[in-house]
Design a protein around this ligand. Structure first.
Ligand SMILES: NC(=O)c1ccc[n+]([C@@H]2O[C@H](COP(=O)([O-])OP(=O)(O)OC[C@H]3O[C@@H](n4cnc5c(N)ncnc54)[C@H](O)[C@@H]3O)[C@@H](O)[C@H]2O)c1
Length: 458
């Protein structure tokens, strides 16, 4: 049976892979091809060992792969055959030149735009799936329409709001899908084509349509607001520790106010992930470009508070362990930036492990899914570091354990067994507030959590 349309996605990463798997699963009438320059990644997408871990992803891919979902390195052929092209390449923070450390690095994105132009012989709809600075669609249109006007490209913005760790659930049942287009006749027609794809499984009232600039800016704004809530509660966690208030009680009390709401009010060692920091810094850079220094400073402080919270955690470990961790074994439980993912990009665990190693601690890093990435992140460290998946073994003979990822398995460990195997006095630093602190204290641990009065035996 011929397919109704050919969908192509350029970029087979954390967004491109799961998003296209969901479209293929929900829309058997479309052929979905995902391409990437990275051969290893594509081989893994075609194997039983997918390149990323997400609950539910294996099943989804296996059901559609070979039927209407395909992974390949043949980018140019993919472009030629496609009617609709999603661009989901990475847009990291620029590390050189103008805007270094803040602006989005658009080189991968621009290369893609030029490649699309070079390999197209008929009209196509281009969908920005990557997170991009507001007004990027304008630049994309300029590049794509530099062909003398024979072929028409309509550029849509369709930012992705999935959260890693719950990507499949989020894709299957999104809070909303946002589609922005030019408000011309052709723009609206292209927008409708994309609406029709999502309408195969997303209720129509959850598909929001807007102008293309609002759509681009909404993605940066959403991440800035989410991160801002984390930094707000984290900033107050320090005040709780100083005043015997309890951050969880405060968060509960304010979260019951329907104007505030209770989500994203969990105090922690800090936010990580590939997006929050990079997207806020990008927002800051854009504000500065428009001469808007006060909004830039405001959003910049969200990132600064996060860095301060990570630093504070290391300093708290140091000062509470008698001002030295040199030669002491510390078990880091959790290296992923959040539970249910192997992704460690910008994970607070990277900063904290490095901080402990600088203090000459001996660190055992443990994680159920992220040790491969952890090894890569810390590959320059030659001494004092071990990777041990079994949390009991990681904690054996340790002076302290630091919980840095909220994996469920860490909630239910046999902490009595762990305590018995540790050097005394034994310390727990709960960077995610997931453990039963009173119980641990009664076992004999000295317990330090975020935004809570420490429970100490001395
Ligand atoms: N990870 C998330 O949770 C998330 C959520 C929402 C939005 N986003 C945004 O989505 C975009 C992609 O993020 P990601 O996490 O999937 O990144 P990723 O690094 O996991 O994947 C990007 C992929 O694009 C490929 N690529 C780069 N240039 C290419 C080219 N010219 N041709 C073909 N392939 C190319 C890379 O090899 C890589 O596999 C980013 O803009 C990000 O900000 C990410």
């Amino acid at each position: 049976m011929p397919f109704k349309k050919n969908i192509l996605c350029i970029g087979a990463g954390y967004v491109g892979g799961p998003t296209m798997a969901m479209i293929a699963a929900k829309c058997p009438q479309y052929k979905v091809l995902v391409v990437d320059i990275n051969h290893k990644r594509i081989n893994e997408w075609n194997s039983d060992n997918l390149p990323i871990y997400e609950p539910g992803l294996d099943e989804l891919v296996k059901a559609a792969r070979g039927r209407n979902l395909f992974f390949s390195n043949e980018i140019e052929k993919g472009i030629r055959d496609a009617d609709i092209i999603f661009v989901s390449v990475n847009t990291p923070t620029k590390t050189f030149g103008q805007g270094s450390g803040m602006a989005a690095d658009l080189q991968y994105w621009e290369k893609t735009a030029r490649q699309i132009l070079a390999n197209s012989d008929r009209d196509k709809i281009i969908v920005e799936k990557s997170t991009l600075p507001v007004r990027t669609a304008k630049a994309m249109e300029r590049i794509l329409n530099s062909n003398g006007g024979n072929i028409k490209f309509e550029v849509l913005s369709n930012p992705e709001f999935l959260a890693e760790g719950s990507a499949i659930k989020d894709l299957e049942n999104p809070d909303r899908v946002l589609i922005g287009s030019r408000e011309t006749e052709e723009g609206i027609r292209a927008r409708k084509e994309l609406v029709d794809i999502y309408a195969n499984w997303v209720p129509r009232e959850k598909i929001i349509e807007s102008n293309v600039w609002s759509s681009e800016l909404s993605k940066l704004t959403a991440n800035a607001f989410l991160a801002q809530r984390v930094s707000s509660i984290n900033s107050l966690s320090a005040l709780c520790e100083a005043t015997e208030a309890d951050i969880e009680e405060v968060a509960y009390a304010i979260g019951t106010d329907s104007r505030i709401g209770n989500k994203f009010l969990k105090a922690s060692v800090g936010f990580g992930g590939s997006c929050f920091k990079k997207d806020i810094l990008n927002l800051v850079y854009i504000c500065r470009t428009y001469g808007l220094n006060e909004p830039a400073d405001y959003w910049d402080s969200v990132v600064r508070i996060n860095e301060w919270q990570e630093r504070r955690f290391v300093l708290s470990m140091l000062s509470n362990m008698f001002n030295t961790v040199a030669g002491k074994k510390i078990a880091v439980l959790g290296f992923a930036f959040k539970a249910n993912t192997g992704d460690t990009r910008e994970s607070p665990a990277i900063y904290i492990t490095r901080g402990l190693i600088e203090e000459r601690a001996l660190v055992n890093v443990s994680d159920p899914k992220a040790l491969g990435n952890a090894r890569e992140d810390l590959k320059d460290i030659r001494e004092g570091l071990e990777y041990i998946e079994d949390p009991y073994k990681a904690a054996e003979g340790a002076h302290a354990i630091a919980v840095l990822t909220e994996w469920d398995i860490y909630r239910n460990l046999d902490y009595k067994k762990i305590f018995d195997s540790m050097v005394k006095p034994a310390f727990v630093f709960d960077g995610r507030n997931i453990l039963n602190h009173r119980k641990l204290f009664e076992m004999g641990f000295n317990v330090f959590a975020i935004g809570k009065t420490p429970l100490k035996h001395f």
